[in-house]
Design a protein around this ligand. Structure first.
Ligand code: RP5
Length: 182
């Protein structure tokens, strides 16, 4: 089972994972867990488009020369982290809108997804599922030039499908029992 596989070889590419605040970590762990599971190299950092703009610009400018193949940027509030990074690099940027404050991530989603023409950001869904999908999208991009990683993705997909079959089999039996009693 891929989910329990501890012996994963290290993939070729490297991902930069950044978050706007340490308070985003709980959500970002869903991303980090999957990157680790697939054996992808990554580096984590905290930088904010609003609170540490200089560091954020510097990070974006140096990302390619530091060997990153793509950046995953997570932020909440009126999130601008992914957009600011995308403005300064040609690397693909994947955004995770983090739920925080009164609007619970809808603010972060909207401020990230509707980028101006010319500066794309691949925006995931809000929160933990978005964080997991950010990792998977990054892995899919890296797998274009990494056959062993692609093989792991096929295994992952098969596992997802097997689980649905298992659960749907049980649900079907339960439903049949309930219908019989009606
Ligand atoms: C954003 O503001 C961060 O990404 C975080 O999601 C949100 C709240 O940050 P803290 O006030 O918890 O540091 O910049």
């Amino acid at each position: 089972m891929l989910f329990n596989n501890k012996e994963v070889a290290v993939a070729k590419g490297k991902v930069g994972v950044i978050m706007g605040s340490e308070s985003d970590l709980d959500v970002i762990m869903e991303c980090i867990k999957l990157l680790k599971l697939f054996g992808v190299n990554f580096e984590v950092d905290v930088t904010s488009a609003h609170r540490s703009p200089k560091k954020t610009h510097e990070y974006a400018r140096k990302a390619a020369q530091r060997g990153f193949n793509l950046i995953i940027a997570a932020a909440g509030g009126s999130a601008h982290l992914a957009g600011v990074i995308a403005a300064e690099t040609t690397l693909p940027v994947i955004a995770i809108p983090v739920p925080s404050g009164e609007l619970r991530g809808v603010d972060a989603l909207l401020s990230t997804v509707q980028m101006p023409k010319g500066v794309p950001v691949a925006t995931m869904g809000i929160g933990k599922s978005g964080a997991a999908n950010a990792a998977l999208l990054a892995i899919q991009i890296l797998s274009l030039s990494d056959a062993p990683l692609r093989k792991k993705l096929h295994g992952f997909k098969k596992e997802l499908a097997d689980r649905v079959s298992e659960v749907s089999g049980k649900t079907k039996k339960n439903l049949e029992k309930i219908i019989e009693k009606i």
